[in-house]
Design a protein around this ligand. Sequence first.
Ligand code: HEC
Length: 381
Amino acid sequence: MFQGYDPAACVPDQQAYVDVAAPILDTYCNGCHSDPPAFGAPLPLTDYDALIAGIPGTRPVDRLAHRSSARTMPPPSSTQLPHTDLDSLVAWATCGEVHPSPDVGVSINAEVYQASVPDLIDLPTFDVVADDYRVERDTLDMYRCFAMDVPVDEERFIRRMQVVVDDARVLHHAVLAIDPDRVTEGRDEFTCFDFPYRETPFLYAWAPGTDAFDFEDGGLRIRPGDRIVVQIHYNNGAGVVGVRDRSGIRVFHGPVKGTEWFMRDLGPTGFDVPEGTSEACNETKVAEPMMLLAGMPHMHQLGVEMHQVVERRDGLFEPVFDLEGWNFESQRFYRYDRRLEKGDRLHTWCVYDNQTGAPSQYGEATTDEMCYHFAYVGSPP
Ligand code: HEC
């Protein structure tokens, strides 16, 4: 079922069943998997003892972990689990050993950025990591930031970024941001739901399965005096006790040489997200030739689609990417390697489906919305 997972070694926690798993099962499963079951469902999923009874590997709890992480349950016509609930449910059912891939359901006509430059792993590094952060037994959806001064004494280029996994049972995703204006001054650890801040652009994002990001040429400039921040999303669905975590991102840096890449946030701001379906879009005029290396589409919870196209000066349109099935937990960098010319126009738009019963709008809080393509751009050689 899951690679390297031994169900015989796992008896899912009873208290976490009550606190975490049962509410999720009640919401998304037990309309059918009731006792007695309804609508053709073959078994109830309503009782802890029954869930864990049987031969490990074929217990109801094993089957529910398998079917929900394969996204073959609930049936397509029923309300689907948000990824954090899916993660909590599977974490509970597998004693925290397995993270379902956040990419299930996401479709995009661009390749996940992957580059491997062997020499980069020999470069000097520093880690931006949690400081032995205590994750409580009932911590769900906690966004915690850890910030520090960039430990370099001359300007350098970041050439590679990769995750440092300490306690995989609670680590849900991590993003790295740069803080040149030192807005995090004096705050080395804080809760940060509404991230990234305007002043602290993303450098890199990791979710289970994401590869390291290697720049084949050049990198991102860091300077002595900059701050650097990692935001970690913790989710202790399995109810693991006594976790202290030191996960984060490892930064590999080299001399300032080659293309300097910048992160630009392309996309509309200041828009409304009324109830029902709506769109937000904008247009960015390309002022000088540039390379669009890679980028990470970013919306919040109400986004369902995101698109970007280049309108060339001769009026032709070329897609950069079309993303459907947006999932907040699957924030990936995609590769474009595209040259943009002076006078081209980049159109960026997002589609929202707001069923919350209240209007939303552009903003930084998780209940607000965004429509950014965080793109690595640089000057062409
Ligand atoms: C709309 C009704 C419905 C909902 C909601 C639903 N199921 Fe099912 N489930 C079924 C039906 C019908 C079957 C039998 C057909 C099949 O296996 O696909 C089934 C089969 C299963 C099985 C296979 C049992 C076996 O014999 O191996 C598992 C496990 C399961 N569901 C888990 C879940 C979980 C977990 C959820 C919620 C995350 C869920 N289901 C939500 C209707 C539902």
